[in-house]
Design a protein around this ligand. Structure first.
Ligand SMILES: *Cc1c(COP(=O)(O)O)cnc(C)c1O
Length: 423
């Protein structure tokens, strides 16, 4: 067996891998020109200016066409899209919303911003929410489920949608990490009532910041537009939506997307197909090589292997100690590998665990629920276990076959060493 780089052996790679920002690493002259045109037109605001290019509008139309949904609304971030979605659904004080134990802080954070309280369901070996645990948190105050597709892997939507239907719950799909994913031939983000996307730096497509909300429901879209634009609906004619302002108007906020963001996203959106097919190809090559060399290796389960975008290869290792040793040894081989979110379920973050908000009296957690919402460390034991021993290797769209060869070599070497030492 070859020596680990950590112990003085030759590292599997000498050059660093491309940075893990799929959209940003394929930026080119097109994004620069799109943004420059908005500047030259002196019209960075979507609704008026001397020479509005309608970049946000075009982006919304293109995204709608690609996803085959009638309504897309560009907003400032996915956190904003989540808040707008919850407001559109009329969710607020006194309501509970089901959130997976493994997700980014933004998901439960948006629930709290909408004055509702998150309740957490466990994860399974896909790292997405375990539909079998939904019943545990269910009561009359639960109004919605936010299904998060973690790192490119679509949620198992059939049982989630069936549960939601049975209990009359709304479904929001948080697709922040999984733009381009699909489930049984359906586009992830278009199966529930509302889907939300992120275009932050870390995501598949990016303008640095940005988000979008998609829906097929004109009533929800009407409310979403109003909430995102100070309670106004400026271009109803575009959608053929008739609504009496006096009756429908309510107070909103400002989550409008800028034209510069729209222009960059218009170019990014054209590249999605290429980014996804290249990640999928490389991810499958890597998994095939590892499967051949390491028959014991357990991979993260994919609800629909065809629909996974391949942005990361997830490996479930035998223990937490194995995982930590693996990450350290891989770093010495010049191959990044990581666990998600500091290896902890989101509810273990102190601000959530202690239910601390910026508001008086711990609002909205102070609502006198019939079943009080209390978080305990072991309430989602599978999530606690899986998150600490599932390690991800990011798959950049820029990886070459040679890169995949070297990554596989590094993983095989490190895995065998640790397995030998730890058994
Ligand atoms: C990144 C992320 C968000 C928030 O997206 P922003 O655009 O940064 O607000 C929400 N949910 C998940 C699962 C995310 O990964």
């Amino acid at each position: 067996m070859t020596k680990l780089a950590m112990e003085g052996g030759r590292p599997a790679r000498t050059k660093p891998l491309p940075p893990n920002y799929p959209g940003a690493t394929v930026y080119g002259a097109e994004e620069a020109q799109g943004a420059a045109e908005v500047i030259h037109a002196q019209s960075p605001f979507r609704y008026y200016g001397p020479n509005v290019k309608n970049e946000v509008r075009t982006f919304e139309e293109e995204m709608a066409r690609h996803l085959n949904v009638p309504y897309v609304l560009g907003v400032t971030s996915c956190t904003a899209a989540l808040v707008v979605a919850l407001k559109a659904l009329g969710i607020g004080y006194g309501d509970k919303v089901i959130v997976p134990a493994i997700t980014f802080l933004a998901t439960p954070g948006a629930v709290v911003c909408a004055n509702a309280v998150p309740v957490f369901v466990d994860a399974d070996d896909s790292m997405n929410l375990d539909p079998a645990d939904l019943e545990r948190v269910m009561d009359k105050d639960v109004k919605a489920i936010i299904a998060v597709s973690i790192l490119g892997n679509p949620c198992d939507m059939d049982p989630i949608l069936a549960f939601a239907k049975k209990h009359n719950l709304y479904v929001i799909e948080d697709v922040a990490q999984s733009c381009g994913a699909s489930y049984k031939g359906k586009v992830t983000g278009t199966m529930g009532d509302i889907g939300v996307y992120s275009f932050q730096m870390n995501k598949i497509l990016t303008a640095g910041e940005g988000g979008a909300l998609v829906t097929s429901n004109p009533e929800l879209f009407d409310r979403a537009v109003r909430y995102h634009d100070q309670g106004m609906f400026r271009d109803k004619a575009r959608y053929g939506i008739e609504s009496a302002d006096e009756e429908k108007a309510f107070i909103g906020q400002n989550y409008r997307m800028s034209e510069i963001t729209g222009a960059v996203l218009n170019e990014q959106w054209k590249k999605l197909g290429g980014i996804v097919s290249s990640m999928q190809t490389r991810c499958r090559e890597l998994q095939a090589k590892l499967t051949a060399e390491l028959p014991d290796m357990k991979f993260r389960r994919l609800a629909d292997p065809e629909g996974d975008i391949g942005s990361n290869l997830g490996m479930i290792l035998p223990s937490t100690a194995f995982t930590q040793a693996f990450i350290k040894a891989m770093a010495a081989e010049n191959i990044g590998a990581y666990t998600l979110y500091g290896s902890r379920p989101v509810y273990m973050l102190p601000q959530l665990f202690h239910q601390r908000t910026a508001e008086k009296d711990n609002f909205p957690f102070n609502y006198p629920f019939e079943n009080p919402v209390v978080y305990t460390e072991d309430m989602c034991p599978q999530a606690v276990d899986y998150i600490a021993r599932t390690v991800y290797v990011p798959i950049s769209p820029l990886l070459t076959e040679q890169d995949v060869e070297e990554i596989a070599e590094g993983i095989v070497k490190v895995y065998r060493h640790i397995a030998q030492v730890q058994v």
